[in-house]
Every structure is written in C-alpha cells, then in structure tokens.
Design a protein around this ligand. Structure first.
Ligand code: ZN
Length: 363
C-alpha cells in the first residue's frame, strides 16, 4: 500500500559543498590521486542516489560562515606562519609542501571555502539541525599546526571543532575518524582539549606512521588510537567500532559527533590494503544511530580521503551508503511510515538545489 507522507515530516540531509575546490588542483600535466574529480564523482553519486530528494544542497560560499570566520577558525589550530605560507604559496603561483602535498594558485581560496563547509556542517549538528555533510577536499586530518602533509594544507576537522568550542564553551565534540590513515594532525591539535574526544580507526603501519599505542590516551585522556591489521575487512572494522570506538566516543553523548569520513579503507582504494565494502560504512552509521541511540541530527560528516572513484565500489558509493543510513534513521526517528521501498522514491521528491549562481569568490 502506498502511504503518502508529507515531505515536511521527512528528515533531510544537508550537504555543504566546497564549490571553489577546483582551484586546488595538481600542476598541469601531473597526475595525482587527489584531484577535483573526487568531488565531481561524489556529487554525481549523491544526486543519483535514491534519497536525492532529501538532500538540501548548500554552497559553502552561501553559508552563514564568512571567509573571515574561516580564517579565525584556522588561527585557532594553525600558526600564523603556516597560514601565511599556504596563502603566500597559493598566491605566488603554487608549488609543493612535500612530494605528495601540492599547493595550486587558488588553493588558499579553496581552503577557506572547505573550512566554511566544515564550520557550517558542524554548526548545524551542534544545533540539532543535521545530519550534515561537508563535501570538501583535500583530506585535512594530517595537517598539523605548522605542517601541511598527506595532501592536506589545513586541518578542517580540528578547526571546526575548535571554532565550535570557542563559540560554545560548554559544548562537547566527539570525532570518529574512519579514514584508513591515522589522523595525526587532529590528534596532535586536540590532545590538550578535554572537551573533544578523538578516536581513529586506521591501518597499522600506514601513512603517516604512529597511532599504534591503543593504551596511550594522551595527556588529557581524550585520544583513542585503534590500529587494525593490514588487510582487515568488515569484521575487524566493525568490531573495533562497536567494542571500542563508540563506547569511548558516546559514553557521554556529545553535542556533535563529527566523522572524519575517509573512504580509503575500501577494497577498491589504491592507497591502502584494507578490504571494506561501501555497505560497511552504512553499517557503521547504523551502529552509531541504532545501537547507541545517537541522534542523526547531531551527526556531521566531513569528507577526508578516498581515491577509488568507481560509482559502485569506490568512495562515491561509500558516501552514498553513509548518507543513506543517516537519512533512513532520521525517517524512522520521525515516526512516519514510508512506502517500504526504502528509497524515498514516489513521494514527490525533487532535489532541492540551493545553488544560487552567485559567482563572487572569497575575495
Ligand atoms: Zn586517508
């Protein structure tokens, strides 16, 4: 039986996307895993998803967060010298911070735009107006206070967390980092911040090294590093998540669960050896929402790594699984019944594009 459900009773997912990301691109003629095609593929997958009608697209440029807000947030976690270095290299024609980490003409504007995306998504979740996704690149979780590394020029997750805690000193943030690489930058930047809990699930021995001492929780007891054996698959990942990560992060429910959502743990990914499938990330979300009862509206997702761009097996597919699980949980949480298709189709949905054509850059 088809049950007509008013659209207003259905939960939506806000995707705040970094429209200036294409300004951050590899040097002409150079191939690099971290390229604008990543977000093109992610966006294509989300707009084709069965739940596309529930997505509210918002440009970071159009968010309430200004470039000045982004700079202020970045200053909370980075040295002024580092930010000047990124801005200076970007505005003087670009170059490389290391063999992997390039900076293009226009990267500075792209970084401010990405920071705004994370600030906005995190703020929505803090106000219980999520779930929200910051669709940004490159991954920022390796960047430290003064060092660009691991493709990342600035640390979006740490900046968004620090900005929220500055605006709302009573708030608590838990960060779940399921990128296949240890988020050394986030851990380092928040190691003295007891209002933020950070847990990383990552491949043992992978870039950038470290993150191997599960028993060492940092000087404030707010860090949990969970290395997984190389080649780990669904069982090891979900067991560590259920048995260790989520009890640590959600024992005292935070105001925001911020997910550093890297998808380079996929079997299809070229940069690591883990063997996850896209569906495993949906299962991870369900563990958060169903098994711990954490509210979907307080979840913010930020894209980190993920370099397999296949729409069936790569990062875009895993992002769709993540978002689909968030939306499905929200719908049940709303106490409504749908058609049972699980897709949200047939309800008069249409993609709600909030894209205004304002093309003024962050000048
Ligand atoms: Zn990664």
């Amino acid at each position: 039986m088809l049950l007509i459900v008013p659209t207003s009773s259905l939960w939506s997912l806000t995707v705040v996307h970094q429209t200036l990301h294409e300004r951050h691109r590899p040097p002409p003629g150079k191939r690099h895993a971290e390229s604008p095609t990543r977000l093109v593929a992610a966006r294509k997958a989300l707009t084709a998803a069965p739940f596309a009608g529930r997505i509210v697209w918002t440009r970071a440029l159009d968010s309430e967060r200004t470039p000045q807000d982004a700079v202020a947030a970045l200053k909370l976690v980075h040295t002024v010298e580092h930010l000047r270095a990124v801005q200076g290299l970007s505005q003087s024609g670009g170059g490389g911070f290391d063999m992997d980490t390039y900076c293009a003409p226009g990267s500075w504007e792209a970084m401010l735009d990405g920071t705004r995306a994370w600030l906005h998504a995190t703020a929505l979740a803090a106000e219980a107006r999520g779930p929200a996704v910051a669709l940004s690149r490159p991954a920022g979780h390796h960047a430290t206070a003064s060092v660009a590394m691991g493709f990342g020029l600035v640390n979006f997750a740490a900046a968004a967390t620090a900005a929220l805690l500055t605006a709302r000193p009573e708030a608590r943030v838990s960060i779940l980092d399921w990128d296949v690489h240890y988020g050394n930058g986030v851990a380092d930047l928040l190691r003295e911040e007891p209002r933020a809990l950070y847990c990383s699930l990552h491949e043992f021995g992978g870039f950038p090294g470290g993150g191997e001492e599960e028993q060492q929780r940092g000087p404030r007891g707010n860090l949990l590093r969970l290395p997984l054996p190389r080649g780990s698959g669904r069982e090891a990942f979900l067991s560590a998540l259920r048995d260790k990560a989520l009890p640590f992060l959600l024992a005292r429910p935070p105001d925001v669960l911020l997910v550093c959502a890297g998808y380079d743990g996929l079997l299809a990914d070229p940069l690591a050896t883990m063997e996850l499938s896209p569906a495993d990330y949906g299962e991870a979300v369900r563990a958060v929402l169903d098994e711990h009862g954490f509210p979907a509206e307080r979840v913010a997702i930020g894209l980190e790594g993920g370099y397999a761009l296949d729409l069936e097996e790569g990062m875009p597919a895993a992002l769709v699984e993540t978002c689909g699980a968030l939306i499905a949980r929200g719908r049940r949480g709303g106490g409504e019944t749908d058609t049972g298709s699980g897709t949200g189709l047939g309800l008069g949905d249409s993609v709600r594009e909030c894209e205004r054509t304002r093309d003024s850059a962050a000048s």
